[in-house]
Ligand binder design. Structure first.
Ligand code: PEP
Ligand code: MN
Length: 264
């Protein structure tokens, strides 16, 4: 069902209020790794609004390698974020980690993000297939392209066709970067499926200085959008600060992304 053999026309997702993904314009989604507090959310919204970015990312349920690390503000944080985002006309994408969170989060997100650790959580995918809301599925940490497509197939087959695919880097033998963003996956996914393809250069390389070139390469390779991490003070971020852009770097990236998109 997610194959272009089944549907030749490209899928685009209308999130409402003129925010459409995959319609031949570049989609930019940006925000902190974790939602931390009201001031942080408002500063991020102000930055994104000034740049004309309409979709904000942020985690309230965080999958952390260590159980002692910050694990997110939960639904209370999401509600606070939703109130501020709506005032600014912004859409929200946030990670859902388990089935019980779908109902809790439903009214406060525009896109459910399935994280790399849950790409093959098939019960979660089944349930997201029954929701009338967009879902972005990230490629698994060691997942193949085929496995990502089968994960999308779960959601689609259960009835939800509002799907986005995300290349976020895979674990390889290379340790010079956190992950290896698989540029190859972008044209392959675009050829194999009718779904919009989003690149996540932040998790894809994991090093702030290199997020920009990788993001630009992903767009040149055909990505419909980019999702990346930005924070007013990356060195103080509750998670993933090492790969997070400050607002000046974010502004520069947005400018270049739009230029590169036009060259395609
Ligand atoms: C995130 O987006 O902050 C995140 C945890 O991503 P991933 O699932 O790709 O590791
Ligand atoms: Mn992160």
């Amino acid at each position: 069902l997610v194959s272009r053999k089944w549907k030749v026309d490209r899928t685009h997702l209308d999130l409402g209020d003129g925010v459409i993904i995959g319609d031949g314009t570049l989609s930019i989604m940006a925000g902190p790794c974790s939602i931390e507090n009201e001031a942080q959310v408002q500063q991020t919204i102000d930055h994104l609004v000034a740049q004309g970015v309409r979709i904000m990312r942020g985690g309230v349920f965080k999958p952390r390698s260590s159980p002692y690390a910050f694990r997110g503000l939960g639904v209370d944080g999401l509600k606070m974020w939703h109130t501020l985002a709506r005032k600014a006309g912004m859409k929200i994408i946030s990670e859902v980690m388990q089935v019980s969170q779908i109902a809790e989060m439903h009214d406060y997100v525009d896109v459910f993000q399935v994280g790399a650790r849950n790409t093959q959580n098939f019960n979660l995918l089944d349930e997201l297939g029954r929701v009338d809301k967009a879902v972005m599925i990230k490629r698994g940490i060691s997942g193949t392209i085929e496995e990502l497509l089968y994960s999308a197939e779960y959601v689609f087959a259960a009835g939800n066709e509002k799907l986005l695919l995300c290349e976020r880097g895979i674990r390889t033998y290379e340790r010079a970067s956190r992950n290896t963003l698989d540029i190859n996956a972008i044209p392959i996914l675009k050829e194999k499926t009718h779904l919009p393809v989003i690149a996540d250069p932040s998790h894809g390389i994991g090093i702030r200085e290199y997020v920009e070139p990788v993001a630009l390469a992903a767009v040149m390779a055909g990505a419909d959008g980019v999702i990346y991490e930005t924070h007013q003070k990356p060195e103080e971020a509750a998670s993933d600060g090492q790969q997070t852009l400050d607002f000046k770097e974010s502004e520069k990236l947005i400018r270049k992304l739009r230029k590169v998109y036009e060259l395609r």
